[in-house]
Write a protein that binds this ligand. Structure first.
Ligand SMILES: [Zn+2]
Length: 88
């Protein structure tokens, strides 16, 4: 990660996201959010804004990790190869 988030909890969540193949993008200096994350599969539901100073950094970090965990993974042709639990 080129730029580290100032909050320890969120930084750890972002590192977790990157470890799962997610992309962490730092926003521009005038953006309201610190940045955003997106999964490596391009799912429209797998995008999330990362705040610089959320009211509860630990909750925000948990939201990030849940978002990462909810990614349905690669398209079905690669489903045999996944190592996480299928939803259905
Ligand atoms: Zn996804």
């Amino acid at each position: 990660m080129a730029t580290k988030h100032p909050n320890k909890h969120i930084r750890q969540a972002l590192e977790y996201a990157e470890a799962q193949g997610w992309t962490v993008r730092k926003a521009g200096p005038r953006a309201h959010a610190w940045g955003r994350i997106m999964c490596g599969h391009g799912h429209s539901e797998c995008r999330m804004s990362i705040w610089s100073t959320p009211r509860s950094p630990q909750d925000h970090a948990r939201d990030i990790e849940h978002k990462v965990d909810r990614c349905p993974g690669p398209a079905s042709e690669a489903a045999d190869d996944t190592d996480h639990h299928a939803e259905n």
